[in-house]
Design a protein around this ligand. Structure first.
Ligand code: MEV
Length: 426
């Protein structure tokens, strides 16, 4: 894959877009089955094996975000969601970011946390130290549980004991098992390891291990992305680059201090993040839970991203968040559309996928802030809505764009007006 820039993609037909993607993908070693996207990928029979009481399927649109360059590599990004403007917004911001070198992204090791709650302990401090005395033994046991993960370099890494002296049931211990899950999301491996260690922890502490479950606050598995947007690239219409930059920074300041705004600001980030998470068959509830818990890590809920400027006055954005995604198990493995999505991006590790996802989150955040800080959010929504109204009024081909553009210019997006404009144009 040489470039993620495909000019005119927006105005192509569905068929033309598929052909374009297929052509682009011809350079990849394993081209995805694009058919998975035409049909939705999943058969009712396959779905029947995934959850209970299946009666059918539920589809969502799959779009491709263009222009992304992550760590110097061009990537076409599949996004699954129902909301207009998100794919276009991310693609446009990725285009602006290219002028500053694209997105630079990194990840921590893929470390997940498993929790064991130990109740009915007589002396919490004594029990805590006894667990630490047996740490090497416990880690060795946990490490032997998943030979496949071990083969790929994963396994148990650390053990930590936390004491809660006061709770509705009195005091208890919580043991954290830190597990390197490599390219898996990790829930199965971590839950299995916690269940396996529980009897040993009981023997050491004399207590009872109650819950044994992974934590979705995956704060040891962090993805980070940053971008620099040359200030001149930000200018549009009557807005100077400096105005747009300062508007974005002031919008970020609002989210930094006010949880009511931070929730919406972070929702914009999750528009980008979740849609790639869903396209790749990953667990978006886990990602959502982790993101919002992480956003409150310093005691008050705040923005996951930051926006400021560099020494040359360019706009600089950063985003850091937990990113527990995998590429080897669960729906990612069994859903043909998810497989196609992973292949399209050419990612070979879960960390590479996480780096793309966090970059898309940052792009999407910038798209929302740029719109909010300048012309308002409705204008972008309006033009897509206008296209839908134009089509509903009977416009086809070039006329869709013409009718929509006139309605947007008039700020009247209604079917009766679309019909009148259409009549005039014909
Ligand atoms: C809408 O889905 C997302 C936004 O509300 C995000 C934001 O306000 O930053 C536009």
């Amino acid at each position: 894959m040489t470039t993620s820039r495909i000019s005119g993609f927006y105005n192509m037909s569905l068929e033309e877009r598929r052909a374009k993607i297929a052509e682009t993908l011809a350079s990849l070693p394993t081209p995805p089955e694009l058919g998975a996207w035409t049909s939705g990928g999943l058969s009712p029979e396959a779905a029947d094996h995934m959850i209970e009481n299946v009666v059918g399927l539920h589809s969502l649109p799959l779009g491709i975000a263009l222009n992304f360059m992550v760590n110097g590599r061009d990537v076409l990004v599949p996004m699954t969601l129902e909301e207009p403007s998100v794919v276009a917004g991310a693609s446009f911001m990725a285009k602006l970011a290219r002028a500053g070198g694209g997105y630079q992204a990194t990840t921590s090791d893929p470390l997940m946390i498993g929790q064991m709650q130990v109740i009915n302990v007589t002396n919490l401090n004594e029990a805590k130290l006894k667990i630490y005395e047996k740490k090497a033994e416990l880690l060795a046991e946990a490490d032997s549980i998943d030979p496949i993960l071990k083969k790929f370099g994963g396994g148990a890494r650390d053990l930590e004991v936390r004491v809660f002296n006061d709770s509705p049931i009195g005091g208890f211990l919580v043991v954290h098992l830190i597990y390197d899950v490599r390219d898996a999301m990790g829930a199965n491996a971590v839950n299995t390891a916690c269940e396996r260690l529980a009897p040993k922890i009981e023997a050491i502490t004399g207590g009872k291990v109650h819950l044994r479950i992974l934590s979705n606050l995956a704060d040891r598995r962090i993805a980070r992305a940053r971008c620099t947007i040359p200030v001149k690239e930000l200018a549009f219409d009557t807005f100077s680059g400096e105005q747009v930059r300062d508007g974005i920074i002031a919008a970020y300041a609002f989210a930094a201090v006010d949880p009511y705004r931070a929730a919406t600001h972070n929702k914009g980030i999750m528009n980008g993040v979740d849609s790639v998470v869903i396209a790749t068959g990953n667990d978006w509830r886990a990602i959502e839970a982790g993101a919002h818990a992480y956003a409150v890590k310093n005691g008050h809920y705040t923005s996951l991203s930051t926006w400021g400027k560099d020494a040359d006055g360019n706009l600089v954005g950063t985003l850091e968040m937990p990113m527990a995604v995998g590429i080897v198990g669960g729906a990612t493995k069994v859903h043909p559309a998810a497989q196609a999505a992973v292949k399209l991006m050419g990612v070979k590790t879960a960390n590479e996928l996480a780096e793309i996802i966090v970059s898309v989150g940052l792009a999407q955040n910038m798209a929302a802030l740029r719109a909010l800080a300048t012309e308002g959010i409705q204008r972008g929504h309006m033009s897509l809505h206008a296209r839908q109204v134009a089509i509903a009024a009977g416009a086809t081909g070039d006329l869709v764009e013409k009718v929509a553009a006139q309605m947007v210019a008039e700020k009247v997006v209604r079917i009766d007006r679309a019909e009148e404009i259409l009549k005039g144009l014909k």
